[in-house]
Design a protein around this ligand. Structure first.
Ligand SMILES: Cc1cc2nc3c(=O)[nH]c(=O)nc-3n(C[C@H](O)[C@H](O)[C@H](O)COP(=O)(O)OP(=O)(O)OC[C@H]3O[C@@H](n4cnc5c(N)ncnc54)[C@H](O)[C@@H]3O)c2cc1C
Length: 438
């Protein structure tokens, strides 16, 4: 197909391989790529123009906000990347209702920094360089997740460029089906250019870091899950299982949604009894110190990994044993655990496109052999048997089975129907998944 003529609106906003900025824009966090061009829209209208141009060119399209997507699908080889990082405004719309407008191209560190002077925060994820667009269209399992819920649970409206170039505002009253899809399955519905999100009052958080010896029989992980099930909602934890191939250490970060170190110590005390404490620290930081601008960096394919995940309603002894065994296997792998219960489970399973509302544990597995899919399968098979469903954002796999793990049963049927309605030619879903979805 002959390339379409570049529209005048995009003058100066297109980066090709001859441009000195290209090396810093072509790739994602997990994938080195060589797109034909990266378009850098500055407005929502620019996004619509870029999308029409890309469609007319007949080139594959990738949509990028922060470039941290684990499947690496926010860039491509030979196609057009629509990179919305220029749409990064963060503005408090109403301090009383704590409503904030957040551009999809902002990084979460920028959001935390912009909201700090107002004493507000939005629970997002653990890393400040992750983009708003990718995270807030799929979930958002953050440091305050048990207290605040998922990021999508606080999205009140979104501005979306649809596949045909139309710009719509969607909320509970306007295009309600689209609003349902945007909160959990937004990537296949359109390009979100901005969200309106309800923030929380937050003057700081208390953080505990612990290193615990892990019992090979899985009991440390079982106790971790039991402690979290009983802990006040203000406590959320993320943990990495590190191993030398024989022994594992749980490197755990616990965050208390408030600045009171005394309350944190009380909430975290039961966790000190679940294994041999190898190291411990407690401190108070502003939320913007946790999701920090120190994380900001360009994405140049620096982390070529293969990642998958699964959700667990409860951590059974068998699941705990399987996860511990996976972490201490012969090949280098990283297993991570997140708490996802609390406020996440207050929301009805059919209220948004993220339906896993009975899960309490998220387990994520990563291998550092991106070309070797079998390595991930070997790691994950014994763990997968204990999981039910998965979170779309901690996943490198792009097949139809992965889609159904993210969006099981009637949720998946509704997601697919809406994606087909809003994007009849499948330009967004073909950028996300390999093969037909059903
Ligand atoms: C180091 C690291 C830490 C992470 N920590 C967390 C965490 O704590 N909690 C958590 O929930 N997740 C976490 N994630 C996962 C993260 O949520 C996803 O990778 C997310 O997709 C990244 O968003 P992004 O905008 O940076 O990604 P991108 O790579 O820019 O986008 C990923 C995909 O999202 C879609 N997309 C992007 N922008 C838009 C848009 N504006 N409109 C519609 N669709 C869009 C596209 O299909 C794209 O392929 C982490 C990832 C990494 C690499």
């Amino acid at each position: 197909m002959t390339p379409a003529t570049l529209p005048r609106e995009l003058d100066g906003k297109v980066v090709t391989s001859a441009d000195p900025r290209y090396p810093l824009l072509r790739s994602t966090y997990t994938r080195a790529a060589r797109p034909a061009m990266v378009v850098l829209p500055q407005t929502t209208t620019d996004v619509a123009v870029a999308l029409r141009y890309a469609r007319d060119s007949g080139l594959p399209i990738a949509v990028r906000s922060g470039g941290h997507g684990l499947s690496g699908r926010s860039s491509n080889d030979g196609g057009v990347v629509i990179d919305v990082s220029g749409l990064n405004e963060v503005r408090v719309l109403d301090r009383r209702t704590r409503l904030v407008r957040v551009g999809a191209g902002a990084r979460w560190a920028e959001v935390a920094q912009a909201l700090a002077p107002a004493g507000l925060a939005i629970s997002s994820g653990d890393h400040g360089n992750v983009g708003v667009g990718g995270l807030a269209t799929a979930g958002g399992v953050g440091w305050l997740v048990r207290d605040y819920g998922l990021t999508i649970d606080h999205v009140r409206a979104a501005e979306v460029v649809l596949a045909d170039g139309r710009v719509v505002r969607t909320d509970a009253e306007h295009e309600p089906d689209l609003f349902w899809a945007v909160r959990g399955a937004g990537a296949g519905a359109g390009i979100v250019t901005a969200f309106e999100i309800e923030a929380i009052e937050l003057r700081g958080v208390a953080v505990t870091q612990l290193a615990l010896g892990v019992d090979p029989d899985g009991s440390t992980l079982s106790h971790w899950a039991e402690c979290l099930a009983r802990a006040p909602r203000q406590l959320s934890t993320a943990a990495m299982l590190m191993s030398d191939g024989r022994h594992a250490v749980l490197s755990l970060t616990a965050v208390y949604a408030g600045p009171d170190v005394g309350l944190m110590r009380k909430a975290v005390a039961p966790l000190l009894a679940i294994g041999t404490v190898l190291d411990q620290s407690v401190h108070r930081v502003p939320y913007s110190g946790l999701v920090s601008t120190a994380h900001l960096h360009p994405n140049v394919g620096q982390q070529p990994t293969n990642t998958t995940n699964g959700l667990l309603p409860t951590m059974t002894p068998d699941a705990a044993r399987a996860i511990t065994a996976a972490a201490t296997g012969p090949r280098p792998a990283l297993l991570q655990l997140r708490s996802v219960g609390g406020a996440v489970n207050d929301v009805a399973a059919d209220a948004t496109a993220y339906s896993h509302r009975d899960s309490n544990v998220l387990v994520v597995g990563t291998v550092f052999a991106p070309g070797d899919r079998a390595a991930l399968d070997r790691l994950w098979r014994p763990v997968a048997a204990h999981t039910r469903g998965a979170y779309a954002n901690f996943e490198s796999r792009t097949d139809a089975a992965a889609f159904r793990r993210f969006y099981p049963g009637p949720t998946g049927d509704r997601v697919l129907a809406l994606w087909r309605q809003y994007d009849p030619d499948g330009i967004f879903r073909s950028a996300l998944y390999s093969g037909e979805l059903s």
